[in-house]
Write a protein that binds this ligand. Structure first.
Ligand SMILES: Cc1cc2nc3c(=O)[nH]c(=O)nc-3n(C[C@H](O)[C@H](O)[C@H](O)COP(=O)(O)O)c2cc1C
Length: 169
């Protein structure tokens, strides 16, 4: 993604896809800090912020990989973040999407990971795991600015907006 401070948030949203193939390139410390800070900045019910962000690496990452449905997503990732705590699904989702969109703004791709074994994941992460996110630089970088937001939107594998929006009389 172009590092343009004036980048249109709608373009970032429309062009973001969940990606599972990551380059070996590490994520720079400042980029990692921004991703995590984007999570910190998420709104939550009554602003309770009932979450912690657990950065899982090394041997613990390998163990955690066995507790998700797609272990290879974690094993290949340059950064794995677990959102841990008592946050509601709604709040954890806001937090996760903030992190993933901030990452995308830095050219870093990501994917949420379904948890197959919540007890093992909780033991590794030190609390109830609300989301596990894998991040990395893309194997095949995407030319975000090469298409308009409307073009990215039209290409997305999503239900048509007309099926989703209702306006009761
Ligand atoms: C709660 C949740 C759990 C997910 N679990 C997995 C997973 O275990 N493995 C995986 O590869 N993708 C997982 N995904 C990613 C979805 O497959 C992805 O969001 C969906 O296919 C849309 O992808 P797209 O944005 O690239 O079109 C998960 C997404 C969510 C929201």
């Amino acid at each position: 993604m172009r590092h343009d401070p004036a980048v249109d948030p709608y373009l970032a949203i429309a062009s973001k896809r969940d990606e599972r193939a990551y380059a070996d390139t590490p994520i720079a410390a400042e980029v990692r800090r921004r991703i995590l800070d984007a999570g910190r900045l998420a709104g939550s019910s009554k602003n309770k912020q009932r979450w912690e962000f657990v950065v899982v690496s090394g041997a613990e990452k390998k163990r955690l990989a066995e507790a998700v449905y797609a272990p290879e997503n974690l094993l290949g990732a340059a950064l794995v973040v677990a959102i841990v705590g008592e946050a509601s699904s709604f709040d954890a989702g806001r937090c996760a999407q903030n992190m993933m969109l901030a990452a995308w703004g830095e050219g870093v791709v990501s994917c949420p990971n379904g948890v197959r074994d919540p007890d093992t994941a909780a033991a590794i992460c030190g609390g109830e795991v609300r989301a596990i996110l894998s991040f990395g630089h893309p194997v095949r970088p995407r030319d975000v600015a090469g298409r308009s937001a409307e073009e990215w939107s039209a290409r997305a594998n999503r239900k048509p907006l007309d099926e989703l929006v209702r306006e009761p009389d």
